[in-house]
Design a protein around this ligand. Structure first.
Ligand code: ATP
Ligand code: MG
Length: 555
């Protein structure tokens, strides 16, 4: 899927490094998720970037679980993340856990203490905050800042040995309380937390802070290009400070703009709220911007990779239109989806001149976009299901579907002409009567009749029942996180429509969740995991209408 395009700014940096012989011509990236939630489409962007660069420059990419916070992390998340990365089409060269480096990180902290560059502080969180100063005002030194190396070593060992309660002491880097960058005003690098870690159990009761784990982990793995999102730009001087003072492998951090999509939220914390408060059925609810939700909805890895490639790598944040993602999904599904017929809101069409009890099999192409797509046989009889909206009692001009006296082609079958219809006691149409033209059969039409419309249909005798789930945006506003009040106030309560009894081609009763379908004239669909032998459930992935391309033309 690679198209000619100019280099993004990270590729430019890498190519310059390669030209200068930096890192002995090596490119080694990593994707470092914290296992505290499921991955979302923003992470997909980062995955495509990091793994994509490794692939392009014949380098390596690691998957590293940034698991330094024992409280919020879980192996369920670890498993889902590995699954999602692989589903997107990538395989890591090395698998690591920051927790595997706890001993090494501890030893790095000891080294800083020995160099007189870290101290144990007994101040409370409030006291530390009070001395921090602000952008306009320098901070002031903690009364514990000048402890001796020996005392600091002893106290840090006691912290590690569990002699103190949570929050009683912290280890801080000794940098500069007047530094213009607040993150360098003696940042906390270790804290006490008596909590069970999902991998290291109760081995540790002190845990490194992000800034004392991330860069060092990069360095331990000899990562050459550590790519993260823009909000970490102010952390870079601290990243560099630690590497310099510890005299370890000089990994370097580069920042790009995070992906923001409209009509959704994209922080794991917010997504977790949607799950816990049951606004959605789970992390993989098809309305969620998670990779697992998109997979369940029927998105393909190809389409997500294409989307990541299309939006590119920006240096400034923006809000991307969800329509662009849907465009990429539609474009890929158009190529690969098997064409099938389904009727979501059925009424009966009875062919008055077709012999009662007769059935014939018609040949139907599986995918006109795919030469090797093959064919299937579909059955035809005198009683069919058609879509309610394909019939009108008083059709206006240019209505190229059915109404009394109007003719249409039934896809893969015959031309029919409507002669009459029946309504129930409420005036609702229940049956439509047509005659068919035997010589108009698709593929061997000698009728000479011209019609403008083609409709989908199903043979009542063979159609299977299915539940169909239709989805709309999860939020009513473009940027719920930026609105006043709680983002959950902007949830679209009509985002799920369930059609309990629709009809589908019999072949659709036996499909896999990985199969992708286009229901003719309706949209793209995929089997939902809730499907059982007794109840088939399909999710609408995306509609056929290409509103994005239209918008582009207008714009
Ligand atoms: P969130 O804010 O959604 O909880 P996070 O940044 O805390 O996300 P991590 O697990 O720390 O999530 O992220 C792993 C990697 O994915 C990081 O390198 C991070 O920069 C990147 N990433 C996270 N969100 C996005 C996004 N919206 N766009 C691009 N990259 C992202
Ligand atoms: Mg994070």
């Amino acid at each position: 899927m690679s198209e000619e395009r100019s280099l993004n700014f990270i590729e430019e940096i890498i190519e310059k490094d390669l030209a200068n012989g930096a890192h002995k011509g090596r490119v080694h990236t990593r994707f470092p998720p914290e296992p505290n939630g499921y991955l979302h489409i923003g992470h997909a962007k980062s995955i495509c970037l990091n793994f994509g660069l490794a692939k392009k420059y014949k380098g390596k990419c690691n998957l590293r679980f940034d698991d330094t916070n024992p409280v919020t992390e879980d192996t369920e998340y670890v498993d889902s993340i590995m699954n999602d990365v692989r589903w997107l089409g990538f395989e890591w060269d090395e698998l690591h856990y920051t927790s595997d480096y706890f001993q090494q990180l501890h030893d790095f902290a000891v080294k800083l203490i020995e160099k007189g560059l870290a101290y144990v502080d007994d101040s409370t969180a409030e006291e530390i905050a009070a001395l921090k100063g602000n952008i306009d005002k320098p901070g002031s030194n903690s009364p514990y800042r000048d402890r001796s190396v020996e005392e600091n070593l002893e106290l840090f060992a006691a912290m590690r040995d569990g002699k103190y309660a949570d929050g009683e002491k912290v280890l801080r880097a000794k940098i500069d309380m007047g530094h213009p960058n607040l993150l360098l005003r003696d940042p906390i690098i270790y804290r006490i937390k008596h909590a069970h870690h999902h991998r290291t159990g109760d081995t540790w009761c002190i845990y490194p802070m992000y800034d004392f784990a991330h860069g060092q982990s990069d360095s331990i793995e000899e990562i050459t290009h550590s790519i993260c999102t823009l909000e970490f730009i102010h952390h870079r001087p601290l990243y560099d400070w630690c590497i310099e003072k510890l005299e370890i492998f000089p990994s370097h951090q580069y920042e790009f703009a995070r992906l923001n999509l409209n009509y959704t939220v994209m922080s794991k914390r917010k997504l977790l709220q949607l799950v816990n408060e049951k606004h959605v059925s789970g992390w993989d609810d098809p309305r969620m911007p998670t990779i697992s939700g998109m997979r369940r909805r029927g998105y393909t890895p190809e389409s997500i990779r294409k989307f990541a490639e299309t939006i590119g790598v920006a240096k400034r944040e923006n809000l991307i239109d969800i329509g662009l993602l849907e465009f990429c999904v539609r474009e890929h599904l158009n190529k690969v989806a098997l064409r099938r017929m389904a009727v979501l809101d059925p009424i009966k069409l009875i062919i008055t001149n077709y012999p009662e009890g007769q059935t014939e099999l018609l040949n139907a192409e599986n995918n006109p976009e795919d030469e090797n797509g093959g064919h299937r046989e579909i059955s035809f009889s005198n009683t069919l299901w058609i879509e309610r909206e394909d019939f009108m009692e008083n059709p206006p001009a240019k209505y190229f579907r059915l109404g009394k006296g109007l003719k249409v082609r039934l896809k893969h079958a015959f031309i029919v002409e409507c002669e009459d219809y029946k309504t129930d006691e409420n005036g609702k149409v229940t049956e439509v009567y047509c005659k068919y033209f035997p010589e108009s059969r698709s593929g061997s039409d000698t009728s000479g009749i011209k019609v403008k419309g083609t409709m989908h249909w199903l043979d009542v005798n063979t159609a299977k029942e299915a539940e169909i789930r239709l989805y709309d945006r999860l939020f009513k506003v473009e940027n719920p996180a930026a609105e006043e009040g709680d983002f959950k106030d902007y949830i679209n309560t009509d985002s799920l429509t369930i059609i309990p009894k629709a009809y589908i081609e019999p072949a659709l009763a036996e499909t896999a969740e990985t199969d992708r379908f286009q229901f003719l004239r309706i949209g793209y669909f995929a089997l939902d995991k809730d499907s059982t032998a007794d109840k088939i459930v399909f999710n609408k992935t995306v509609g056929l209408k290409d509103s994005w391309a239209k918008e582009q033309k207008k714009g």
